[in-house]
Write a protein that binds this ligand. Structure first.
Ligand SMILES: Cc1ncc(COP(=O)(O)O)c(C=O)c1O
Length: 454
């Protein structure tokens, strides 16, 4: 099948999205309100979600493994949450006071993740912003060490070395900090020290030179903005030791992972951050995030001390959604179910791709995974851009989309999320589609790869 007929088939099924995009693109850059949603030939516009399924404006039904970029670990419109939220909405959506349930949510979060205190915000970026500010206020130092390829939200302090061009980033062991956006005065970039993900030795050397200026080391303890990069336990333990040695703060950004493991990544690695940032799935699809830490660190917060505020913080919708999600839906048992299905999905893809003789490697943990179209294991950003065959990745996504499967969040650096509402039939249907899709991937990927290079 040629790439022309491939687009034609997609376009014939998604005329409503094309029409909306045609209007949107004159009103909004790229027709979307988040750069991560830009998609070729155009983004899909959605109308409805229920359980493991989502429907676009043309009525096409998809099994959804995007799950709102991993914010829907409980699936779409979970009936228990829907029932409760109908009642909550009738009683008001925002008070400008603490909502009654905020205390219960604080209790649940601090006990589930094992910290003394917590502050709520609404999005992931607001929470990582507070985490960095706390680290600076607590240590009285300025610099933040972050890892190439990790993403912590679109704000100046951390929009550095997110997806840097290797030509600007310099040597793999001693990367230059590279701004990830126009409009970033270099002063912001200069406050960041970039390090190679997963490489403890290189990080130690960087800290030997600049460790005394470092307020905090921030990372995704399992990196989910370059597929799924699972570091060694030694790397995470070593960072804990480094933070202790240099008396700076270790920040685990678990915006994505806090809802994929029952107690976050610490459950898997046994290493704890001084500050933990949680968001996305923990509120069942409502905007809610939180920063957790010890009492000593939170003592810097307050009037004439460290600022933190927000009109929408602790609104009754978000806190109640979080309370219901954490206590009744995203339970340890339900998470085990989605983790098991995710393993089965990974195993099924593995069998199909290996029979097809394609170069690939699947990275999978908890409820998420990704297919890298290279036989090499990917350990960091440099290897991700060097070895992954993005043409083949795109061909796979399009082949699955046309068969009614959204196989993962639609960014080349993303992953799938299996929710607790996915079923074994969903996995079976997905693998049936995959058997068909691989035939196309083989045919078409060469053309797309060439187009990309050109
Ligand atoms: C690890 C991580 N941190 C922070 C963020 C920012 O979250 P938000 O998009 O809610 O601002 C994201 C978003 O995907 C993320 O993946």
């Amino acid at each position: 099948m040629s790439s022309d007929s491939y687009y034609e088939e997609f376009s014939a099924k998604t005329r409503g999205s094309a029409e909306l995009y045609g209007k949107a693109v004159n009103l909004t850059p790229y027709g979307v309100h988040s750069n991560w949603r830009i998609f070729e030939p155009y983004p899909l516009f959605m109308k409805r979600g229920r359980g493991s399924r989502i429907w676009d404006v043309d009525g096409n039904e998809y099994i959804d493994y995007n799950m709102a970029f991993g914010a829907l670990g409980i699936g779409h419109s979970h009936p228990v949450l829907v029932e409760e939220m109908k009642r909550v909405i009738e009683d008001g959506t925002i008070f400008g006071f603490e909502a009654e349930n905020s205390v219960k949510v604080a209790e649940v979060l601090t006990s589930r993740y094992g910290y003394d205190m917590v502050r709520f915000s609404t999005t992931g970026l607001e929470a990582t912003l507070l985490a960095v500010r706390l680290a600076r206020a607590f240590t009285g130092r300025k610099k933040i060490l972050k890892f190439e390829g990790c993403f912590h939200g679109t704000h100046e302090p951390l929009m550095v070395s997110v997806k840097p061009s290797v030509y600007r980033a310099g040597h793999v062991k001693t990367p230059n900090p590279v701004p990830a956006s126009l409009g970033m005065p270099e002063e912001f970039t200069n406050l960041v020290i970039a390090a190679p993900y997963g490489d403890l030795e290189a990080t130690e050397k960087i800290m030997q030179r600049q460790g005394n200026e470092v307020a905090g080391i921030i990372l995704e303890p399992i990196a989910m903005n370059m597929g799924v990069v699972i570091p060694s336990l030694g790397f995470l333990r070593g960072l804990r030791d480094l933070a202790d040695e240099y008396n700076c703060v270790l920040i685990f950004d678990e915006v994505k992972t806090s809802g994929k493991f029952y107690r976050g990544v610490q459950e898997w690695c046994g290493v704890r951050g001084d500050i933990m940032v949680v968001a996305k799935s923990i509120a069942g699809g409502y905007p809610f995030s939180a920063v957790l830490s010890r009492r000593e660190i939170f003592e810097v917060v307050g009037p004439n001390k460290t600022a933190h505020g927000g009109t929408f913080n602790s609104n009754p919708l978000s806190v109640t959604a979080s309370y219901i999600t954490l206590t009744k839906i995203l339970t340890e048992e339900n998470l085990k179910h989605s983790q098991q299905l995710s393993r089965e999905l990974a195993k099924g893809y593995d069998d199909i791709l290996s029979d097809a003789g394609l170069e690939y490697n699947i990275s999978h943990i908890a409820t998420s995974g990704t297919i890298y179209f290279t036989s090499r294991k990917i350990n960091n950003w440099r290897e991700f851009v060097k070895y992954n065959n993005f043409g083949r990745w795109y061909a796979w996504v399009m082949a699955m989309l046309r068969r009614g499967i959204i196989p993962q969040a639609l960014g080349y650096d993303e992953q799938w999320t299996v929710s607790i509402q996915h079923s074994r039939e969903d996995i079976d249907k997905t693998l049936e589609a995959m058997k068909e899709a691989v035939k196309e991937i083989k045919d078409i990927s060469k053309q797309l790869a060439v187009e990309e290079v050109l």
